[in-house]
Design a protein around this ligand. Sequence first.
Ligand code: ADP
Ligand code: ZN
Length: 433
Amino acid sequence: MDYWSPRIETMPVQDLKDLQYKLLKTLTYKLYSFSDFYHARMKEAKVHPDDIRSLDDVVKLPFMKKSDLRDNYPDKLFVTAREDVVRFHASSGTTGKPTVVGYTQHDLDAWSTSLARALTSCGLGRGDTIQVSYGYGLFTGGLGLHYGAERIGAAVLPASVGNTERQIDLMVDMNVTAIACTPSYLLHMGEVAEKMGINFGKDTKLRRAILGAEPWTERMRTRIEENLGIKAYDIFGTSELSGPLFTECAEQKGIHVWGDLALTEILDPDTHETVAPGEKGELVVTMLQKEALPMIRYRVGDVTTLHEDVCSCGRTSPRIGRIQGRVDDMLIIRGINVFPSQIEHTLMSIPEVGQHFMIEVDRKGELDDLLVRVELKREYFSDKIDDLMKIKRKVAHALRSSLNVAVEVELANPDSLPRFEGKAKRVIDRRQM
Ligand code: ADP
Ligand code: ZN
């Protein structure tokens, strides 16, 4: 088994917790002393760094939210001198005005180290050619993966997004062995390749994909792995935490969140209490070593689970389960909570349904109306209205029984729904417009 930082990755659990405690204690003293923002926040919460006497005392510390970054736009929360900042990025702005983040050289090193461990754990290393098809630029995905992949000695093909046919040609010509991009972009590439007469399994050397930046389900993984003949690993991060940082290991049993870099909590989004082990809740992360833009108890807003048992790969850092979506992605349809990921999960269990779908919510009179538009797989597309009606009823029935809410289904021609190069935007909620 290959590890990038064996001592840290396989550190006995108690030693790792001791290390986390020391880092947390140092961090709180530093921010209490040197950051007006954190000083005021801690005063308000009536907590002093002296009150942090164990790792569990983290719950005494105040939260940070995206709105804190927005309110302090662009750089009022930076703690280091401006001259020590060597890079800026900005969030993609999925949920509002983008936020700006900054890095010292040490922050960039820690970010690349995190990804070096992660990519190594997915079986990548020297001799691999990694196509980075995340956007390069202000978005953290492209440059983040780029430096992580270089760190492990792999060769990087910095393809960025777009110009898909050229990307596929390069993948073939350069013997690319792994790709990093959003799951929706890889699906799109798969379709374009098919039209070009290129078979991923036969005509390329692609064996692994590092997919993230948007929610995707276990069933979508199965489809991607089977259709393309590759292994697909989940990668997670947000710009506030640095960017893409953590992935699953080859065991595919959750995303390892390196304990020396991050302290993970899962809380009930309403009561802010820690949920029982393995239960779903909101991800809250404290970055233990960040310099330019520290984060204490950052409410990431994503819904997931925490698993603290030691992974069969031997790594001792805790893992988070698949991200279900953001707390605020949850749609309330006639009083019933529905996550878009539940819809994907159900659709992907129906063989006739292709990989692309759209969710539209509207209000008709007093009632919420949920419309799911699904693309059929080409081989199931029929000109017999009876066949189509049968599939439509099957899809509506499956959705209704898994979501407990009536769903209107519309079948769409293959290739007719939108394709996405960056983060997919599959939900249109007209109730808020
Ligand atoms: P934003 O989209 O908020 O403007 P980022 O570009 O930093 O900012 O994106 C981070 C967000 O992307 C995460 O909070 C999460 O909602 C989503 N995300 C990233 N990776 C994954 C993943 N592997 N699975 C599900 N969602 C993800
Ligand atoms: Zn593992």
